[in-house]
Design a protein around this ligand. Structure first.
Ligand code: PEP
Ligand code: MN
Length: 338
């Protein structure tokens, strides 16, 4: 249930409602809004009696929340969440483009690619230091050295960096270096990692599990918000299907559904969905048209020699084309109030 306070409600009235919720054994979660405060009621086992709160001073309304995910839902918070990372905002009117190699391979590789993607208009640099690989014999990432290189990219280019955290042991280390912490598809339901992300002070980019329903994905985000971190960016990256023409199937309808269901920003990773470079530009155009608020794209200056995901990595000039295309589409939609 969501208790909606009157616009003129005083802090003391809000506190009194919180106390009335907690005395019944529920958890109260105040949600500051643009015009008024709302208070979410969590941890209720059964239905909550609205009459308990409707008569209290400053209470305007009590709305039942029907969704299993509470804090991430628009029922709890109707307005979009906007996340600020350096000079970049995600979830606002800007289209944010994150780009870079799958894995950080060396200082010169990262700096070369960073210069290219920055020139084309990327706002955030991506690159894995800890890589989740299907085979234990594949390149596993440079680890701490990779994080140091990411810090150097940030220093040199001014771009914030996003990188993946794979486990609890390295969480603190990744948190020190990253501006945005990525939780990958394979870890979307790693609940201890989600709980740790809930205590992080940095935004979390939560990829959709490759076999996760939208409800499961939003419930994973709920763990992070429930743990105290409201800064979550959702990322659709394709799901497993019977199709063989691409590595995964990009579920663009999920973007439309999640934008309606949740106030959290939603971006699309066309690279891991496609697995093949020639599909990345068309999928990016479609992602922006369906309402994605950003993209995360793999780019490499020498993809044939890339240590991971070379086949899906764009050449820098292709990335430049992608940026032109998606920005024009985005502008048309904005001009039409979409
Ligand atoms: C990645 O972004 O490099 C990655 C491993 O992504 P995913 O978790 O979507 O496979
Ligand atoms: Mn990759």
């Amino acid at each position: 249930m969501l208790i909606v306070m009157d616009q003129k409600a005083t802090p003391a009235e809000v506190d009194a409602v919180v106390a009335a919720i907690e005395v019944r054994g529920y958890t109260a979660r105040p949600i500051p809004g643009g015009e008024r405060v709302s208070i979410g009621i969590l941890n209720n086992k059964g239905p909550v009696d609205a009459g308990l709160f409707l008569g209290l001073p400053g209470v305007k309304d009590a709305i039942p929340v029907t969704r299993p995910y509470k804090l991430v839902s628009r029922e709890f918070k109707p307005e979009n969440t906007v996340i600020r990372v350096g000079d970049v905002t995600i979830g606002s009117d800007d289209l944010v483009i994150m780009a870079g190699p799958c894995a950080i391979e060396s200082e010169s590789q990262a700096l070369t690619i960073a210069a290219h993607v920055k020139r084309s208009g990327a706002g955030i640099f991506r690159g894995g230091a800890f890589k989740p690989r299907t085979s234990p014999y594949s390149f596993q990432g440079l680890g701490r050295k990779g994080l140091e290189i990411l810090a150097q990219v940030r220093e040199t280019t001014g771009m914030p960096v996003v990188t993946e955290v794979m486990d609890l042991e390295t969480f603190e280390l990744v948190e020190q270096y990253a501006d945005v912490i990525q939780i990958g598809t394979r870890n979307m339901q790693n609940f201890s990692l989600l709980r740790r992300a809930g205590r992080a002070k940095k935004p979390i980019l939560l990829k959709r599990g490759m076999a996760a329903t939208i409800d499961e994905w939003l419930m994973a985000a709920e763990y992070i918000l429930e743990g105290g971190n409201p800064q979550v960016i959702l990322c659709e990256r394709g799901v497993r299907t019977f199709a063989h023409h691409s590595r995964n199937t990009l579920d663009l309808s999920a973007v439309a559904v999640v934008r309606k269901e949740s106030h959290l920003p939603v971006i699309v990773d066309p690279s891991h969905a496609a697995g093949r470079r020639e599909q990345v530009i068309p999928l990016s155009r479609a992602a922006v048209a369906v309402g994605a608020q950003g993209l995360m794209v793999e780019v490499h200056h020498a993809p044939d020699t890339a240590m991971s995901d070379g086949a899906q990595s764009l050449y820098p000039d292709q990335f430049e084309t992608l940026c032109h295309h998606v920005r024009s589409i985005y502008e048309v939609f904005q001009a039409n109030g979409c």
